[in-house]
Design a protein around this ligand. Structure first.
Ligand SMILES: *Cc1c(COP(=O)(O)O)cnc(C)c1O
Length: 364
């Protein structure tokens, strides 16, 4: 489906001004999320002649003209994946080619140029190798990698940009749940939707996030942590959270996740959980799942656990679903299936378990 473009050739320019080791240790001891960045980044530029100037270089601000297209028309996509340090010191990423392929699909939808998936993986590898000292160790820490692509042409006309920038940055990340996994509360948005048929819901584009923020704000105002979106046509089918996919565990051992209809983002965690659950003998159903089925299933006891999944928070149990005029409790502690699948995934990612699906990619 994707035109084959020649692989990029990356140059390397190391920084002469890295963060001091003492300061880096301080950051790694308490990394938080998304506020500290490593010493380098990868950038590349596309024009209709192809990709050029691909390379690793010192992390630095990008100087952009106010008329740069992305500021006006949001032609921008991104990816998110992590590098994990194993007990023996080696460093690995998880299914990076799947992120590269998804970025190609997102690029296609947003009329951005295809970046060869192999070059995507190479760019991420280059950055992780250069900044290997920034990969934390211990607990559920990681180096969060953020590849992104945007229209960098200086032009206010409305058409796909003829200059595009690809960039990869990295940020050390602490454990998402620093004091034990705690169920999160979810607000069911009735006023806002995330994605419509024919729209951009399946693309990891910046605009999807911009459009979800007001609903997220409403969730916080209502004492919740995250939003759940329903389908835009009937307002009946459960889709996903703003940045995580959903799973419903049933008492009979079946696990249901909303099927990919074009309005749901194909999470790589979602896909991996499907495989890990099937490995463990659960029956996994991908099908449409209604909000009534959720409410009735929890009330009757048919649904025993609900969890969300995505790269940043891995697997997160849902505690409460609230909406205008009601709420539903799904438990105050993570359920056994949620915990089992969460550990199974983390054990592969941190090298504590075999990797029968060949998901791990060694970088260092
Ligand atoms: C990124 C994302 C996810 C999770 O995808 P992973 O590949 O598992 O990290 C789920 N939903 C949305 C809307 C996303 O943008």
């Amino acid at each position: 489906m994707t035109p084959t473009a020649p692989a990029l050739e990356f140059s390397t320019t190391l920084t002469s001004n890295p963060v001091a080791p003492e300061r880096r240790s301080e950051i790694l001891a308490n990394p938080g999320f998304g506020t500290n960045f490593t010493d380098h980044m990868v950038t590349a530029t596309w024009t209709p002649d192809g990709w050029r100037d691909a390379g690793l270089r010192p992390y630095a601000p990008l100087a952009l003209d106010p008329a740069t297209a992305v500021f006006h028309y949001a032609q921008a996509i991104f990816e998110g994946l992590k590098a994990y340090r194993h007990a023996d010191g080696s460093i690995w990423t998880f299914r990076p080619e799947a992120n590269g392929e998804r970025m190609q699909r997102s690029a296609h939808r947003m009329a951005l140029p295809p970046l060869p998936a192999g070059s995507f993986v190479e760019a991420v590898d280059l950055l992780v190798r250069a900044d290997a000292d920034w990969v934390p160790s211990g607990g559920e820490t990681s180096l969060y990698l953020r590849p992104f692509m945007f229209a960098s042409e200086v032009f206010l006309g409305v058409r796909p940009a003829k200059q595009v920038t690809f960039c990869v940055i990295a940020s050390p990340a602490g454990a998402y749940f620093s004091s034990g996994v705690k169920p999160v509360d979810i607000w069911l948005s009735s006023e806002y939707t995330r994605a419509a048929p024919g729209g951009t819901g399946a693309a990891k584009c910046a605009g999807n996030y911009a459009a979800s923020l007001i609903a997220q704000q409403e969730a916080i105002e209502n004492g919740c942590d995250q939003v759940c979106f329903l389908d835009a046509v009937e307002g009946k089918w459960v889709e996903e959270l703003g940045g995580m996919n959903l799973y419903f565990v049933h008492a009979n051992g079946t696990i249901v996740t909303p099927e990919l209809t074009g309005t749901i983002l194909e999470g790589i965690t979602r896909d991996s959980i499907h495989a890990l659950a099937a490995d463990r003998g659960y029956k996994v159903d991908e099908r449409r799942f209604s909000i009534d089925e959720w409410r009735e299933g929890v009330a009757s006891g048919d649904i025993t656990e609900v969890f969300a999944c995505g790269t940043a928070a891995v697997v997160t149990p849902l505690g409460r679903l609230a909406w205008q005029g009601g709420e539903l409790s799904m438990g105050t502690e993570p359920g056994p299936v949620t915990s089992e699948l969460r550990s199974a995934l983390l054990d592969v990612q941190y090298g504590r378990a075999d990797d029968p699906h060949g998901w791990m990619h060694r970088v260092v």
